[in-house]
Design a protein around this ligand. Structure first.
Ligand SMILES: NC(=O)C1=CN([C@@H]2O[C@H](COP(=O)(O)OP(=O)(O)OC[C@H]3O[C@@H](n4cnc5c(N)ncnc54)[C@H](O)[C@@H]3O)[C@@H](O)[C@H]2O)C=CC1
Ligand SMILES: O=C(O)C1=N[C@H](C(=O)O)C[C@H](O)C1
Length: 268
């Protein structure tokens, strides 16, 4: 059987280039398309040459529908508005849509839910094995501790990141809330500043650091009187996200329409 053909959206981005490298090097998938936004300097050029390497025989396009028509999967690490558009188009093309984009708000999520009625969508704020294990651990630890243990999620990323808290931090906060049996929306406290008053018992705090070229670092801090537990993940190479996304694109082949995450893909 022919290997699944994969389209990468946001081809020139930090993750786009990492994903193109991963698919081009894979013996389980074929790179069949690359999409960038209209007006981008890469449109109409071979993506391999644009990346400074050998030609890959794939021309970058700003026409996602045409690109998706010949694909079995679309891997999408772009921006919320673009991802919503791609979800509808991937569903139309019956291609598995792997979504790594973060910063999605309720309206974006509703549109993705609608597309998942007709298509396979795998979405996760972090596609690495390590972070998905950390999510599981966070839920377990939170379930074992009572509200005398304050929970704080601290994340650090590069200076170009546009959303906060990170998608990963939200996954970790959600896991902590689930473990504790509370709703994250009710417990969440982000970005303290000024006279905040003392910490509210049971709240789950989020802090974001932005600087330099930090790939992605996440701590879940459980702090009580006299002791602290810190669960930590440090990403040093974006290849971990690309590997996870490619795994998700392959796993999604033949699945029933619906929305899945990396826990499903990794069997965690
Ligand atoms: N889930 C995960 O494991 C990970 C998720 N991310 C997320 O992926 C997203 C992208 O991250 P980066 O690659 O660092 O950003 P980036 O800014 O380097 O790349 C985004 C790319 O998307 C392109 N783009 C935007 N709108 C588009 C459109 N309408 N059509 C085609 N292309 C379009 C941009 O031109 C750009 O090349 C962010 O939301 C980030 O948080 C990043 C790393 C891992
Ligand atoms: O923007 C990034 O770079 C990253 N984004 C994801 C997030 O928001 O958690 C995953 C990873 O931390 C890198």
């Amino acid at each position: 059987m022919e290997q699944p053909g994969i389209v990468i959206t946001g081809a020139s981005g930090r993750m786009g280039q990492m994903l193109i490298g991963a698919v081009a090097a894979s013996d389980k998938a074929r790179l069949v398309g690359c999409v960038e936004r209209t007006g981008h300097a890469w449109i109409g050029r071979d993506v391999g040459l644009c990346m400074g390497g050998a030609a890959l025989g794939v021309t970058v396009t700003d026409d996602p529908l045409e690109a998706f028509a010949s694909a079995q999967a679309v891997i999408d690490f772009t921006a919320p508005a673009a991802t919503v558009e791609f979800a509808a188009l991937a569903a139309q093309a019956r291609a598995v849509h792997v979504i790594g984009t973060t910063g999605l708000e309720a309206t974006h999520l509703a549109a993705i839910d609608a597309a998942a009625r007709h298509a396979v969508i795998v979405r996760a704020g972090n596609m690495s094995l390590g972070v998905n294990l950390l999510v599981k651990l966070t839920q377990k630890v939170a379930a074992a501790l009572d509200a005398d243990w304050d929970i704080e999620v601290i994340e650090a990323h590069h200076r170009h990141k546009v959303d906060a808290p990170s998608g990963t931090a939200l996954m970790l906060g959600q896991a902590a809330a689930q473990g504790r049996g509370v709703a994250l929306d009710a417990a969440r406290v982000s970005g303290r500043d000024g006279i905040t008053g003392p910490r509210e018992t049971g709240s789950i705090g989020f802090s974001a650091i932005r600087g330099g070229d930090i790939v992605g670092e996440h701590d879940v801090l459980f702090a009580a009187a006299g002791e602290r537990i810190i669960l930590r993940h440090v990403a040093t190479d974006r290849a971990i996200f690309a590997r996870g996304a490619l795994k998700a694109a392959l796993w999604g082949q033949g699945q029933k329409p619906g929305q899945y995450d990396m826990m499903d893909v990794l069997g965690l």
